[in-house]
Each structure stands twice: as C-alpha cells, then as structure tokens.
Design a protein around this ligand. Structure first.
Ligand SMILES: Nc1ncnc2c1ncn2[C@@H]1O[C@H](COP(=O)(O)OP(=O)(O)O)[C@@H](O)[C@H]1O
Ligand SMILES: [Mg+2]
Length: 1014
C-alpha cells in the first residue's frame, strides 16, 4: 500500500469515522468557551454558505503548552464538523521528525480530497497547474524531462487549486495540528493562504505550541503571522482545581481527599497531560488518595520530558525500547512492519513490544491500523535518549528500509541526511544527489540543498566533488542568488577538483546569469569571455559563451568598448553559416544591438525574423530552455517591441507567461515576463493594462528581494505609464522611492540608465533646468556607447524641450538631431514621436506642420498613446493659429483615442483646451455610429417588436447571444425597449397584433434589409 492509499483510508472511508471518535472520546473539562467558539465557527460557516455567501472564511487557533489539550480539542472540532451535512473536513498534523520532509503536511491535508476527484473535475481544479501541484502533492510523478520547480510556483499553484476546490467542496474545514512542526514548505503556504481564505468558504483550524521553545526562526515568523490573522484565537489555560479534582475522583473514587487533590493539582500545575500521567502512577503504585500520601505525589510525577535512558530502559526493557526508538524515528503514522525491520526484531518480538508499549501508554493505534505515540512529548523523550551512534546507524537502516518498502527516495532522504558522514561511500553520494534532484522537481530547493551538503560531507571522490558543488549552486538558482554565486564559483575553482568540460560551460553560463540579474553585468560578461577563451575543444560551447558575453555587454549602460564590440558582433554574424540554436542566438543579439544603435529597423527585423520559425521560437531557444536562458527570447521580443512589431512581441511574451506558469517558475521569471508584457502594452498605448502588468512585475520582484534590476525596469516603465495617465505626482514619488535621482545608482536591465528616466520625469513635473542637466549627462553616456535609438531613449527630444526657453538654438539642434536619428531607425512611431517633440519647441504654422506630419506617421504605427498625444497637440496648435473648426476635430479624435488608452491626463488636457475656447468638451454621442453591424441587425428587429426568442430563431443565433447584444444596444442607444426606435432614428413599430416577421417587409426582406441604419 502506498503512502497515499493509507491516507485515503484514514480520512475517507466511512468506517474510519466511527472508529476514530468513539473509543478515544474523553470528557473535556474547562473547555466550554473554546468548544462553543468552535461550534459557532462551524455553524456560521455552514449557515453563511447555505445562504449563498462566499467570502466567509475564518481562522480559528488554539495555542498553549505541550499537554494542555490542543489535540483533544481539535478532535472535538473535527467531530463537530463531520456531523454537518455536506461539509468536507480535512486533517493533517506536523511531526517533529517530519519537519524536514517537504510538503508533508499539505500532502496529508490535500491528497485525500484531490486524489478522489473524477478526472474531469481534477482537470478543472488543477487548471494549468497540474504539472506543478501534482508532483509537489505527491499525486503524480514529475513529467519526463521536467525541470526544477520554483517554490513560489508551487505556492501560486496551490492558491489556484484551493480557490477552485473550496467552492466545490464547501463548506470546507481544514484542520492542522502541531503547526509548529509543519514542514516549512507547507507552513509557508498555509500562512499565505490564511490571508486569502477569508475570501473563500473555508474554516481553518490550527493548533500550535506557544511555549517559547526555539523553533526554526522562519516557522516562528509564519506562526506569528498566522496568529495575527485569527478571527477566533484561544490560548488554552491550565485546568482549574475543580476540574482536576473531578478527574481524580472519576478515576480513584469519591474517597480522594481534598488535601490530596489540592496537592495533586499543584504538582501537575493544572496540565491535563500530566494529570493523566500522574493518575496512572498513583494507580500503579496503589497509592491511597489521602492527605498523608500527598507528599509522595511530587516524587511520582516524573514527567515524560524528565525521563532518562536508564528510566526508559528500566520501564521497557532493551528489546522494547529498541522498537520504541525505531517508532520514534518514523515519527507519526508509524507502520508497524517498518518499525519492526528498523529495530531488527522478529514479527513475534515486535508484537510483544507493541503490547508492552501500549500497556505503558507509550503507543496507541490509529484508525488506519498504524501506530502512534500517545503524546509527542513521549516520542521526543524516547528519540532523545538514543545514543548518537545508535541514532545515526538506525537512520541509515531506516533509509534503506523505506526505500525497500517502495516509499521512494524523497521519504528516505530525511534519514539519509542524518546518517554518519565520513565513510566516503559512493552509493550514498549518488543517492543523495538523486534525492536532491527529486526535491528540485517538487519545488523544495532547501531540502535538495540539505541532501547535497550531506553528500559533500560524505565526501564524494575528487571526480564528483566539483559536480556536487555545481548541483548545489544550481539548486538555489531560483531562490537565493548570493548562495548560487558562491557555490558556482567554488564548483569552477580548479582547487575543488575537475569539472567535466560541458559542465564547466553550463556552470559558467549559470553563474553569469545570476551575476547579471544581481546587477553585476560587467562581471557576468567577463566570466563568460574568460571561460570562452579557455574553451578549446568545444566550438559550440565556446560560441555559446561568446554570445553570452555579448549579451551581458549589450545590457551594460556604460562601456568603454561599445561600438567596437558591436562591430565584432556584426562580423560574427556575417560569419555564421548554420541555423543551430547558437547561430540564431547570435542573430537575436545582433537584432537588439542594432535596435539600441538605432540602425534601420528593417535590418533589425531581418535579423529578428531569421531567429524565428513561423513566428515561434525555435527549438533550443524557448523561454524555459536551460541552455540559453530566458534573456535571449526576451531580447528578441524587445527588438520587435521597439520596431513597431508589437503584436509579434506580445505573442512571444504571452507564451512566456504561460510557459513560466506551467513550469512553476513564479519568481523573477514570471516577473520579467510581466514586465515585458507591460512594456509592450505601454508602447501600444493600452495604459491601464500596462499598469496592471507592471505592478504585478514589481510585486513579484519585491517578493524575491529588495531591489533587483527587474524592479527598476518595471518602475521605469510604470513611471512613464503613470505620467501618460496624468498621475505625475505618483510617478514622482515612485521614482524617489526607487532612487532614480542623482547620484544615480540603480541600473535597470532593459531600460536606459537612471539619468534618462530622471530627466524625463523632471520634465513631466515642470522642472526644465534639472531635466536639462540630467538629460545632457544621459546623452553623453549614450553617445559614447553608440546608442541612438530615439524610442528606447528619447533624451534628445526631451532635452530640446528642456532647453527651449533659455537656449532656443541648442534646443532646435537637439530636436532636429532627434528627428534625423528617428528617420534613420525608420519606424513610423519613432519618426512621429520625434516630430511631435520637435513641434513642442516651435510656434504657429511651423508647429502645425510638424504635428500634421507626426499625426500621419503615428496613424500608421501601433503606438496608440503617442498618436493620441499628437492629435491633441495638433488640435491645440491649430487653435493657436485660429483654425478652430479643425482644432475641434483633432481634439475630439484625440479625446476618443486617449479614452481608449485610459490616458486620463491627456483627456483632461484636451477637454480643457476645448472648454477654454468656448468649444463643447463632449461631442454629443450618436448611438448610430457606435452600434456594430450585428447589433444593428438585432436592434432593427427589436424595434419592430420581435421578441428575443424569435430574433434568435430568425437569425439562427443562441438566445443568450441575442440577449447580450440587445443589452449592448440599449446601453449604447441610452434607451430601453420603449424609446429605442426614437433613439436610433428608426420608424416606430406598428403594434397591430400581427407577427412583425410576417407580411410586407417580413421574413424575406429582413434577411438582407439590415443595412438600414448605416
Ligand atoms: N480539557 C481536558 N479535560 C480533560 N482531559 C484533557 C483535557 N485536555 C486534554 N486532556 C488529556 O490530556 C492529554 C494531553 O492532551 P493533548 O490534547 O494531547 O494536549 P496537547 O495537544 O496540547 O499537547 C490527553 O491525553 C487528554 O486525554
Ligand atoms: Mg497535541
């Protein structure tokens, strides 16, 4: 039976329910308030759900010292919830020994319900996350050739799955005991989910210790976060004297004297676990419960934590203790056969041990037939009395037995890491490495690292050492850049042993990637270049590193050797003969290089198009490809974005979002894809969407670490977007927050450096002097670099505006220069924008002419917002030369487009322009223009009194579609059915009782007589 099967039985079979509640049920004393609260929470959940509520989630917590009664309370809650019609109750518990087993708690919690879904529903619940959540929850094997999962991806996937699952299985009660021992992977998600659960029909019930023991720091933090979220929070207090006296008398009879009971209560400090333990002792010792004997109570009360090896030996005997050790090693939900083999007993011997351990109230049996410690305090005590050699040795046996039992390396590895190092055993190293890679496939890099660190300690032989270091470096790739850099450097260090040549290339590439994304672009480029020079026997590997070096250099904002390097890249391009991924990679880099330099965009596109196969990324250059990384397709998409082929770029970027999601790469990767999409949307003028993508990118990057290049890129475009939306103040604050001001530290990866952005921003908030200084500085840098793309870095056009007042001649020179450079690049959006900027420093007829040209160019580009600005500018310029009628027309057009772009600031500006000169700021809408042809078709029939169902039959459309279109018609016409004819300027219906679709003008003419309105 697999682990999963066992879990199913535990939770799902009806028989298990009764078995569980009945015999173990105890009378809970002094817990009325807690029980009422729990009952109320369950009732409320069920009631609100039945009343159609959805956002009704609550979090109920019980905390307190060990033995105070948390588990017992949870049992009651579970029982109460299970009695409710239709409720789904899920249960899991953390285990001290299971702390290092990734997703141990969530697997317990979710497998029973997810594993029982019918395939259809399973698909709906999983959505696109099946390959991420499936393996992590142990519901399926990772796909062949699967890549490591990003832990954040698993968490996001779980969010999706629970959002799908909760309403389907509502009301849903999720109970977790001993949360303080939940594995960090599970706890991290639970803490995050506790926030979202409020929006779902879910009741979370958590119990944890709050005895200040020094749990894992991260766990403590999560625990505190959870505690803060609780809507009902209960700290369990010790039992009262009355309650304890009751318990004593129930056990020993009414004869128990008050003084005895009082002393008893004092000794156990009102802790129910100790009450039960001490009562056992009193019974065993046949102590009379009278005042004289109360002095002996303190001696009798050795609590479990005070037990030594000798006291356990005395109590259990050697063989039985050995079995108990094996059980303690397994932790919770203990399989007797496994414990038997680990303790090296015969089946008969084991049965004897179990019998004795039950009698001694050490073990009990769970409903699914496995063993369990009566209380985790006892398990800890027994585990802690193991001599070290015995413990490490037994963990070794446990690892082997768990694997033999077919429970897999993932389960075995937590024992493997506990075994003795220093044997230099090859097999152990291999197993640990395999376990590490399995952990990466379920999104548990920390567990993978534990395995690899242990493998290093074994130690591996010299041949393998560098490889293990390399694997260690890669294991943190998605989560911990600093650790990755250090480990990869070690792996590449010849002192650590030889690394296979192909691996050296991989390791170097990975290292350069991490360096680059931490802002160390120069170092990234140098590392690749040096390794390329050292690589002799492998031309493909060498080309890969050379190309990577070009790539990182290309992202550097200041570089001594920019133009010469560009020339070398050009020469390398010319020398390419093949169509392999590496050749295409070089072409993609060249396209970006040409873009930045502002070379003719036709050349850019020629190179870019040669990279793609039918508009798609070729094999080997995909978004999730390990050889090249995602930077390369990103570079390609950027070239398309700036060359006005935005639709192509968006196709690539939306693939990126989906592929990262499917791969579970939810951190920096998905953040980067959002940024790219945000940039493309911004270029297109879909500002609201741009803002949304960019904010998502920013959130993801902040979740990873402070301020990454990704954050600066996202903020850079977000600032532009906010300015365009008329929210300059917000843009300004964001810029200050992210340090886009002198001295310029932040370096975005994709965007020009901070000085360009800062200058643009100063201009937007009307501080031309500061803007001129910043933009001059930015321009000087870019000139050295040989980068003249006016779309990517419109500094010259902006500088012209900043200088217009004080130095009109210099201003004009910059404006003209910018137009010339734009014409060289040659895209409609580049030329149009440069002309528009130029117009801003001209007056009268001159400005009108420049703007007329700008509008013509921009009208042929996908740059919607730029187009809108030019229209409004042209309207204003026309107004200034007194051509009011034309002015009005362009302003109206500008307003319409600006509204479409969600450029509220621009809409306001155009409206003010109209209003100030006595023009009507709103054109009176003509419904006839805004109705689409299919809407007209339906509107005409509706006006003639044809009911929707008949319209649907007549036009052979589904009724729902007809109704939707009718709704649009009413909205656009600004009228319901009655006034519709008048609103649309159609003759009113004749209501003479005849079927409007019969007779003259009936069915035959309706079919083609639809053009009436247009
Ligand atoms: N309110 C109570 N009244 C009587 N006995 C209790 C009560 N709470 C717990 N117990 C007993 O105390 C023992 C320890 O309780 P448990 O729920 O396991 O504590 P915790 O989970 O807080 O460590 C159990 O065996 C149970 O029988
Ligand atoms: Mg407990």
């Amino acid at each position: 039976m697999t682990e999963r099967d066992r879990d199913f039985r535990a939770e799902a079979t009806p028989g298990a329910r009764e078995a569980e509640g009945a015999p173990n049920r105890i009378r809970l004393r002094d817990r009325d308030a807690e029980l009422r609260s729990a009952e109320a929470a369950v009732d409320k959940l069920c009631r609100d759900f039945a009343a159609g509520g959805t956002e009704i989630g609550e979090l109920l917590t019980f905390s307190g010292r060990p033995g105070i009664g948390k588990t017992s309370l949870l049992h009651e809650v579970r029982r109460i919830a299970k009695l409710r019609e239709g409720a789904t109750v899920l249960f899991a518990r953390g285990g001290e020994r299971q702390f290092n087993e990734p997703y141990h708690v969530l697997r317990q919690l979710l497998q029973p319900v997810l594993g029982r879904l019918e395939p259809d529903e399973f698909g709906q619940v999983m959505g696109t996350w099946e390959e991420v959540v499936g393996p992590a929850m142990g519901l399926k094997q990772p796909r062949k050739g699967a890549r490591r999962l990003d832990p954040q991806g698993v968490r996001d996937g779980l969010d999706f799955v629970l959002t799908q699952l909760a309403p389907r299985r509502a009301p849903l009660v999720m109970i977790v005991d001993d949360l303080h021992w939940a594995d960090p992977e599970s706890l991290g998600w639970l803490a995050q989910f506790a926030v979202r659960a409020r929006e779902l029909p879910v009741l979370l019930v958590f119990a944890y210790r709050d005895d200040g023991a020094d749990w894992h720091a991260e766990s403590q933090e999560h625990q505190r976060a959870v505690a803060g979220l609780a809507t009902r929070r209960h700290e369990l207090s010790r039992l009262s004297l009355v309650a304890v006296t009751d318990m004593i008398r129930a056990e020993l009879g009414e004869k128990a004297e008050d003084a005895f009971c009082y002393e008893f209560w004092n000794v156990v400090n009102g802790n129910p676990f100790q009450v039960v333990a001490l009562l056992d002792q009193v019974r065993d010792q046949e102590l009379e419960p009278v005042e004289e004997n109360s002095q002996q109570l303190r001696e009798l009360a050795v609590d479990a934590t005070g037990m030594t090896l000798k006291s356990w030996l005395d109590r259990l005997g050697a063989a039985t203790l050995r079995f108990a050790w094996a059980a303690a090693m397994l932790g919770i939900d203990i399989r007797q056969d496994l414990a038997t083999r680990i303790s090296a007993q015969t089946a008969e011997g084991a049965r004897e041990s179990v019998k004795e351990l039950r009698k001694q109230r050490v073990l009990t049996t769970t409903p699914n037939g496995n063993l369990e410690f009566v209380h985790p305090l006892i398990a800890s005590s027994i585990y802690n009395t193991m001599p070290e050699a015995t413990r490490t040795g037994m963990h070794g046996v446990a690892a082997a037995e768990i694997e033999n039992a077919g429970l897999g390396l993932l389960a075995a590895s937590r024992h493997l890491v506990e075994t003795f190092a220093g044997e230099g055993d090859d097999r152990t190293v291999r197993k640990l490495r395999r376990a590490a890679s399995e952990h990466l496939l379920i999104g548990a890099p920390e567990a993978a690292q534990r395995c690899l660190h242990r493998a290093l300690a074994e130690p591996p032989d010299d041949q393998d050492r560098a490889e293990v270091l390399y694997e260690l470096g890669c294991s943190a790739l998605l989560t911990d850049p600093v650790a990755t850099v250090n480990q990869l450097k070690l792996a590449l260090d010849p002192e650590e042993g030889p690394l296979r040549p192909s691996m050296r290339i991989d390791a170097t590439f990975r290292l350069s990637e991490v360096l680059a994304h931490s802002g160390e672009l120069r170092q990234a480029a140098v590392v690749c270049q040096e390794e390329a020079e050292r690589t002799t026997g492998d031309p493909a590997g060498r080309l890969r590193l050379e190309a990577a070096s070009f790539m990182w250099h290309a992202y550097r904002k200041s570089e001594e050797d920019g133009p010469a390097r560009s020339a070398r890249l050009g020469a390398l391009c010319e020398s390419l003969t093949g169509r392999e991924a590496a050749d295409r990679a070089v072409l993609a880099l060249r396209a970006w290089d040409l873009t930045l330099r502002g070379e003719p965009s036709a050349e850019v596109l020629r190179h870019a198009d040669a990279v793609l196969d039918n508009g798609r990324l070729p094999k080997g250059l995909g978004w999730t490809d390990n050889t090249w990384g995602f930077e390369l397709p990103a570079t390609l998409g950027l070239s398309y974005t700036y060359s006005d082929r935005i639709a192509q770029a968006e196709r690539l970027f939306s693939d990126a979002i989906v592929q990262f999601e499917v791969a579970g790469w939810s951190g920096a990767h998905r953040g980067f894809a959002y940024f790219l999409m945000g940039l493309a949307r911004f270029r297109r003028g879909l500002l609201a969407e741009a803002e949304d993508f960019l904010r998502r990118a920013l959130r993801l990057s902040e979740r990873i670490s402070g301020k990454l290049p990704l954050a600066w890129d996202a903020v850079g475009v977000l600032i532009d977007t906010l300015i365009a939306r008329g929210r300059s103040r917000e843009a300004w604050e964001l810029a200050l927050e992210f340090g886009f001001h002198p001295p310029y530290h932040p370096t975005a990866m994709v965007l020009p450096d901070a000085a360009s952005l800062y200058g643009k921003l100063l201009l937007a908030v009307n501080r031309p002097a500061g803007a001129a200084a910043a933009l001059t500085e930015a321009g000087a840098q870019l000139d050295i670099r040989g980068w003249h793309n006016t779309v990517w870095a419109p500094w010259a056009g902006h500088l012209a505006i900043a200088l217009a007042q004080d130095e009109p001649e210099r201003a004009r020179a910059y404006a003209r220069r910018s137009v010339v450079e734009a014409e060289r690049f040659g895209t409609a959006s580049a030329i149009g924008t440069a002309l528009r900027l130029h117009a801003q420093i001209e007056d009268g007829q001159q400005a009108v002419e420049l703007l007329e040209q700008a509008v013509t160019h921009l009208g042929q580009s996908p740059a919607g917002y730029e187009h809108a600005v030019a229209l409004v500018d042209l309207g204003a310029a026309l107004r200034r030369v007194g051509r009011l009628e034309d002015a009005q027309e362009y302003l109206y057009q500008g307003i319409e487009l600006a509204q479409h772009c969600a450029a509220d600031g621009l809409v306001d500006r155009a409206r003010r322009e109209l209003a100030n000169y006595g023009l009507r700021p709103n054109r009176l809408g003509d419904a006839r223009e805004t109705l689409s042809q299919p809407e007209w078709d339906i509107a005409e029939l509706a006006v003639r009194g044809v009911p929707p169902q008949r319209i649907a039959d007549h036009l052979a459309l589904p009724l729902s579609l007809v109704n939707r279109r009718l709704a649009a018609v009413y909205r656009k016409a600004g009228s319901g059915p009655d006034g519709l004819a008048a609103a649309l300027g159609l003759p009113p219906a004749q209501r003479d009782g005849s079927d409007p679709l019969d007779g003259p003008g009936g069915p035959d003419t309706v079919g083609d007589g639809l053009g009436l309105g247009r």
